[in-house]
Design a binder for this molecule. Structure first.
Ligand SMILES: [Zn+2]
Length: 485
């Protein structure tokens, strides 16, 4: 049935696409207040689907640089905010009303504060110029869930629907709003003027964009690699335009927020590069969450995604879904389970075909099963709560009969992680090393246990791979480290 509904979804998606392209004039006549309201909704989705980084010192720094740009923009219609998204890809984007995001993957590549300022200023310009982004959101499942009379939709609800859709959204780069070339040129020009007024070097935009481009090229071939360049393509014309405009502006020298390279790098020190192990890692089909402390093996051959709230596995033809999240804190699995059954009864007048206490391995559990016969194939909806190691988890499995065993087998693999497994989950963290006089990146890397190759270290530091370093010169490296306790 999930399959059958896909065609409906595609129709709905096409309808909304047409609307989006025709609604240009109408959207621009919105009040800025309306932009801010819409933006607040999108901001919630960014948090739930991509997630924000918890890096207090780095965040405070990005906000401080942002504040200078906001002061220079002097446009009180918008409610600006600057936040760091937990994306390994180098990326930045703006949402309606003034929400501006930069990814940890981009921050790692910074060499100067001017570069950060220029990127943020470019996004600020998209907001102030009210550039209408064509969001390429590949909405699949939420539309499925909103089909009237469909039990899946009524049981799962819109909230969960947005999350089920999350893997599709994030993978498809939904947050990479696509602007027209004209809008890009405008954002570049206005952005660098803004950066200049705020006391920054406007030519830094070209520097960071070129470094990003080299980074994306060096990483290409990696699955689902996307970047700021997808939404902001770098062309020779664009580069020339940036350089021409930048040189026509007179920079007002102003002390940066971070006084020097050491101060800037200290703000970046500790950022995870690549996968963030604190969010959990996949080892093939096994998912390990070292912070919460559980392991789960997902159905083999299904597509797995990790979002801030759920780890999700979807059958390749969308015939089934398995999701695991944390339930509200509860001492036993029955309380949240019974509450859910009651809510379904009260709100949607839906009765489960069974709701009972059970066990998952040796752990107490509560299982409620619903059956949706509205489609050609009946779909089972299993909601399982299980309490282990003082936490209550919620597992949701939706699939027709044929995948029932697959869901059950996967659910049975849920267990607390051992201390040894926890310690074995590692990631790469950005660290700063001072070079010795005459040292080369290769030697510096060897003595500092740098996880990056000399070539990538050169790229990330804007250096030549054969460069002779000077005494005390600060170099960004990454080290393999476990998740802190
Ligand atoms: Zn742009």
């Amino acid at each position: 049935m999930l399959k059958q509904l896909n065609s409906l979804i595609i129709q709905a998606a096409l309808a909304s696409w047409t609307l989006a392209t025709c609604a240009h004039a109408q959207l621009l006549s919105h009040s800025p207040q309306r932009d801010i309201e819409q933006g607040a909704e999108v901001a919630k989705l960014v948090e739930r689907q991509i997630g924000l980084c918890s890096l207090p010192a780095t965040e405070a720094y990005v906000r401080e640089v942002g504040k200078r740009l906001v002061a220079a923009a002097n446009d009180p219609r918008w409610k600006f905010s600057f936040q760091i998204v937990d994306q390994e890809e180098p990326n930045s984007f703006a949402i309606a009303g003034g929400g501006i995001y930069v990814s940890r993957g981009l921050l790692v590549l910074l060499e100067r504060e001017d570069e950060l300022a220029c990127v943020l200023a470019h996004e600020t310009a998209h907001v102030t110029q009210r550039h209408l982004a064509r969001e390429q959101r590949e909405s699949l499942l939420p539309r499925l869930l909103s089909v009237p009379g469909n039990l899946v939709g009524r049981v799962v609800g819109e909230n969960l629907g947005a999350l089920i859709n999350a893997p599709v959204d994030v993978a498809g780069g939904a947050w990479l709003s696509h602007y027209s070339r004209k809008q890009e040129t405008e954002a570049d020009r206005i952005g660098i003027r803004l950066a200049t007024q705020a006391g920054y070097q406007p030519t830094a935009l070209a520097d960071i964009l070129q470094r990003l481009e080299r980074d994306v090229r060096s990483q290409s071939g990696k699955e689902q690699r996307f970047s700021i360049l997808d939404s902001h393509p770098m062309t020779a014309t664009r580069l020339k335009d940036i350089q021409r405009h930048a040189t026509s502006l007179t920079a007002v020298a102003k002390a940066p927020v971070a006084a020097d390279t050491a101060a800037l790098f200290s703000k970046l020190d500790g950022i995870w590069w690549g996968e963030n192990p604190e969010a959990g890692v996949f080892h093939k089909d096994q998912f390990l969450q070292p912070v919460i402390g559980f392991a789960l093996t997902l159905p083999s051959g299904w597509k797995h995604r990790n979002t801030p709230e759920y780890v999700i596995s979807i059958h390749t033809n969308h015939e089934g879904i398995l999701m695991l999240g944390l339930a509200e804190p509860a001492a036993d699995p029955e309380t949240p389970g019974q509450q859910f059954v009651q809510q379904m009864r009260a709100r949607a007048k839906i009765e489960p075909i069974s709701a009972r206490k059970t066990t998952l391995g040796s752990f107490p559990a509560f299982l409620a099963t619903y059956l949706d016969r509205s489609g050609r194939t009946s779909v089972y909806l299993h909601f399982l709560w299980v309490t282990m190691a003082e936490r209550t988890y919620q597992l949701i499995g939706l699939a027709p009969e044929q995948h029932r065993e697959t869901l059950k087998d996967a659910a049975l693999t849920l267990r607390p992680m051992t201390e040894a497994e926890r310690a074995a989950v590692t990631g790469k963290r950005l660290r700063i090393v001072a070079a010795h006089r005459g040292e080369r990146l290769e030697d510096l890397g060897a003595r500092s246990r740098n996880a990056w190759s000399p070539a990538y270290t050169a790229l990330a530091n804007g250096l030549d791979v054969e460069a002779m370093l000077s005494e005390g010169q600060l170099v960004k490296i990454t080290r393999v480290e476990p998740v802190p306790r």
